[in-house]
Ligand binder design. Structure first.
Ligand code: SAH
Length: 382
């Protein structure tokens, strides 16, 4: 069946959703075909798990505030591969509440004489608005990214925003004075609330700050993590490594069914959140290390360390030979490979095979409906 909702009005320009011309069932089929072609001879693919309602699943929404060529204020998203802003009011995949809040910010600006930042002249204040919503808790964070720390009438602006959206639980001013394409700057002040939100995933509570990585589709993430843990087959006696652990989500969930968990993550902000998250969930059998995953594992292998299960969730670029060689030395019974880059997954599974680890089954979990991105979880064993 063809997708019958009115198509996205900015689909030609935005470039986020490559599959708008397909029905959702056709998208799942297309992703399954791509994945099984890549994994052919490497891993039997069991299926592609889709969403019941593949709309408005994104819990994190970002809008750029800027000016067009004539200096008129616009907000929306960057046009694919450019710095031109495409005006967007609503979106098929973004959280609707977040889009509403961004719309309110847009409407309130003139009465507070707040100007959008102009990249060409460097004049103006507001550069980006980022909204994150905890789908289970209902908590909402609004981050106002400004070009300078001076934010005239900020208290009244915050009051007006809260009056229209009393369900906002925290508002942050982030200062990004640099001419980079990074959304967030280093410095920030909390203008309202605790400065973070919490969300619940697989019965554990996680603190999310403005900068830390958190999966954008929590509904499907629960399914993905559920599959990963099912594959891990934990009984309570295992030493588990959660490599590329982010804010510790998978490791903390796994810790309830393992003897001990070691989390490894390169980003110090994420590690700080992970430590807090372990405490928040009264988990005492997990330790986090801020290190390159490959370097940590090499060192652990050199010291003749052992692990029963390795869960790895590397970025799109995949893992490294140093990391995978160390897996072979640590001799875990099972390896769970979670991937958001099917090409690098295929490359790494091919290498793992030469080390004697064979992929037994794989599942696609559709974390990104309407887009071409593919998320996969695979079980490997000796
Ligand atoms: N497992 C987490 C995060 C996955 S995203 C979750 O499900 O939420 C991948 C993570 O790998 C990011 O947090 C990134 O900071 C981290 N990372 C990237 N390169 C790394 C490296 N070389 N060593 C360790 N962690 C790395």
């Amino acid at each position: 069946m063809r997708h019958t909702k009115s198509p996205c009005p900015v689909s030609g320009k935005c470039g986020s959703c490559q599959y708008l011309h397909l029905s959702y069932q056709e998208q799942l089929k297309a992703k399954q075909n791509t994945l099984s072609a890549l994994l052919k001879g490497l891993c039997p693919l069991r299926g592609m798990i889709g969403m019941d309602n593949p709309y408005h699943y994104r819990n994190k929404v970002h809008a750029v505030f800027g000016c067009d060529r004539r200096g008129k204020p616009v907000s929306g998203i960057y046009e694919a591969n450019s710095h031109r802003i495409v005006p967007v009011e609503s979106c098929l995949i973004e959280d609707e509440k977040a889009d509403e809040i961004i719309g309110t910010v847009r409407r309130l600006l003139p009465s507070f004489k707040i100007r959008n930042y102009d990249e060409d002249t460097g004049y103006g204040l507001l550069r980006h608005v980022l909204v994150k919503r905890g789908f289970s808790t209902g908590e909402i964070m609004v981050v106002l990214v400004t070009a300078s720390p001076v934010f005239p009438s900020k208290n009244n602006f915050v009051k007006a925003l809260l009056k229209e959206h009393p369900d906002i639980t925290t508002i942050i001013q982030n200062i990004n004075g640099r001419g980079t394409s990074m959304v967030l700057g280093e410095k920030e002040h909390t203008l309202y609330g605790p400065g973070y939100i919490e969300d619940v995933l697989c019965s554990c509570t996680f603190r999310i700050s403005s900068k830390s990585f958190y999966q954008v589709n929590p509904v499907q993430t629960e399914i993905l993590y559920g599959k990963a843990l099912e594959m891990a087959g934990l009984t309570g006696k295992e030493t588990v490594i959660d490599a590329y652990c982010g804010i510790g989500t998978i490791g903390i969930i796994a810790s309830k069914k393992a003897k001990e968990v070691i989390g490894i993550e390169l980003n110090p902000d994420a590690v700080r959140d992970a430590v807090q998250n372990a405490r928040r969930n009264s988990v005492n059998n997990i330790r986090f290390y801020c290190n390159d995953a490959g370097r940590f594992m090499t060192e652990m292998a050199r010291r003749k360390g052992k692990a029963d299960v390795v869960i790895m969730d590397p970025p799109r670029t995949g893992s490294t030979k140093a990391f995978m060689d160390s897996i072979a030395a640590l001799e875990p019974e099972r390896v769970i490979y979670i991937s958001c880059g099917p090409d690098t997954l295929a490359r790494d599974l091919r290498y793992m095979k030469t080390l004697g680890y064979h992929a037994r089954e794989g599942w696609g979990v559709d974390l990104f409906p309407w887009t071409g991105s593919i998320e996969t979880v695979c079980l490997l064993s000796k």
